[in-house]
Design a protein around this ligand. Structure first.
Ligand code: AMP
Ligand code: MG
Length: 497
């Protein structure tokens, strides 16, 4: 463990003298797991967005977070004393096909620091080429970095497990994608960035000793209870399945589409990770495909829970050399099949404002989804307006969302009857913290990105403030909670980032 004064590099301004305690735990796993290297500097970096709440949670000095030294360090233009940056190696299944070795092609792990909230790893995404960059340039563009920054914080605001984003910095350095764009770096934090693909890597390469080292590391740090189980590695698989089931329930309940659920984008901690072509549903369309590159719709909204199970199966396959007994591996995956629907049901009942469960509630949830789909109702607006529904009111604002009024009336009757058995105070509390007013719709992100390209970062700040507290009313910000404009439908988000 190294403790170092966080002093600014030469000529980069005075140090504020805070101390970070770096553990560099992942680096200590050894050279089979990663390559140590320094980030590649970017010219004349500038701040694009900063999450001061993440800085606080990481225990970073507030004054330092405003300094040139912080800007340099979090762009990768200087290395924080005591950190030991590295790129880790992983493999994975992409769009259902074994893709072989991938790895951190543009993300650098600075190490893990001790924080008031436990050990947290800090990564710089877009910090230059690594041995795993393959054909890539090691960079991330401003557009996708703003999306990752805002969505990480939006998900956290919604109470959904996710990697966090500390900040985005930008540079005028050109980056070639479909067109020339500019570079940016996201500094992100999580207890661990280990993916299913890390396990697949060592398993498929027959490196079973390393596979065991990795699994033991994950168990000891994050799943210590598994150590007590008769078969710790099967217990690990089951624990990851459980976390993933809860994550899928959370995604489905808020209408979040990830877009690239490849096994290299699945967190071993059940966190939302690697924000690319994600989208929050506007109109409710169960088969919605948010990723323009996903022609087959493998990762369509309604397929996500099954794709997560498919990915867990890959993880199980990768862990087989340690579990040794195929039956045990299969048994460890089994609970997902009941946990996911139960967790989704619990979330949907909360959205409906039902604090307890009754026999017909499953049918009520199903008929709600059906009604939303057949009327293509705006998903977020429906739920938020439902907060104001009472059995006695005429429910005009809600009915206005439906073109098939008769179906709506029949549903409203069913719901009203159910509400007769519910304490209205409890219901209001539950709905207020279950039905957000603000989600990161594509067009909102797009507007902030367009302004940021012109060096106006106020839109990023505004969205961050709204999305960090998405259940609050935020008077005066109605347009951020409204329907998407017509042009939103023409936004095409692909894997290009
Ligand atoms: P993703 O689809 O963004 O999760 O990335 C899949 C793989 O491609 C990962 O190994 C990434 O590190 C790598 N990758 C994506 N973009 C780049 C890039 N611009 N430069 C280097 N590697 C990249
Ligand atoms: Mg990825």
């Amino acid at each position: 463990m190294t403790s170092a004064n966080l002093s600014a590099p030469d000529g980069a301004g005075p140090s504020t003298g805070i101390t970070l305690t770096w553990n560099n735990s992942f680096a200590q796993l050894g050279g089979d797991f990663s390559t140590r290297l320094r980030p590649q500097p970017l010219p004349a970096p500038y701040w694009v967005g900063r999450s001061r709440s993440v800085a606080r949670e990481l225990g970073l000095d507030a004054e330092w977070f405003e300094s040139q030294a912080a800007l340099d360090a979090l762009t990768g233009n200087s290395v924080l004393p005591g950190s030991d940056p590295l790129a880790s190696v992983y493999s994975g299944h992409q769009f259902g096909v074994w893709a072989g070795q991938l790895g951190d092609g543009r993300a650098l792990l600075l190490g893990d620091i001790s924080t008031p909230h436990g050990l947290q790893e800090i990564q710089l995404k877009g910090a230059g080429k690594t041995p795993y960059s393959r054909m890539g340039d090691g960079r991330a563009v401003l557009r996708s970095s703003i999306r990752e920054f805002l969505c990480s914080e939006a998900m956290h605001g919604l109470g959904i497990p996710t990697t966090r984003a500390l900040c985005v910095t930008g540079s005028n350095a050109a980056v070639r994608r479909e067109e020339i764009e500019t570079a940016a770096v996201v500094a992100r934090a999580a207890p661990s960035f280990i993916r299913f693909g890390h396990f697949e890597h060592f398993s498929y390469n027959g490196q079973h000793a390393q596979l065991k080292v990795l699994a033991d590391y994950v168990i000891d740090r994050f799943y210590p209870d598994c150590r007590e189980a008769p078969q710790p590695y099967a217990a690990l698989l089951e624990a990851v399945s459980e976390k993933t089931a809860h994550l899928m329930a959370a995604w489905q309940s808020v209408g979040f589409c990830h877009g690239v659920m490849n096994t290299d984008n699945m967190s071993i901690l059940g966190l939302t990770i690697d924000y690319g072509p994600f989208q929050f549903l506007d109109a409710f369309d169960p088969g919605h495909i948010c990723n323009h590159s996903d022609a087959q719709g493998r990762y369509a909204y309604n397929k996500q829970p099954n794709m997560a199970y498919w990915n867990l199966f890959c993880l199980g396959q990768a862990l087989l050399p340690l579990i040794e007994n195929q039956e045990q591996a299969l048994a460890a995956l089994e609970p997902y099949k009941t946990l996911f629907p139960e967790a989704l049901q619990a979330r949907m009942l909360a959205k409906l404002g039902l604090p307890d469960v009754r026999a017909d509630d499953k049918a009520l949830v199903e008929s709600t989804f059906k009604l939303l789909a057949s009327n293509k109702v705006d998903y977020t607006i429906f739920w938020r307006r439902l907060n104001g529904f009472t059995a006695q009111s005429g429910h005009e604002p809600l009915r206005d969302l439906f073109f098939d009024r008769e179906s709506f009336n029949a549903w409203a009757l069913q719901y009203s009857e159910r509400l007769a058995h519910v304490d209205q105070g409890l219901r209001a509390d539950l709905m207020l913290k279950s039905n957000p007013r603000f989600v990161l719709r594509n067009h909102l992100g797009e507007e902030a990105i367009r302004a940021a390209k012109l060096k106006d970062f106020s839109g990023v700040d505004t969205l961050l403030a709204l999305l960090q507290a998405p259940f609050d009313e935020h008077a005066g910000y109605d347009s951020f909670a409204g329907f998407p404009p017509d042009w939103a439908a023409s936004i095409e988000i692909s894997c290009s980032s």
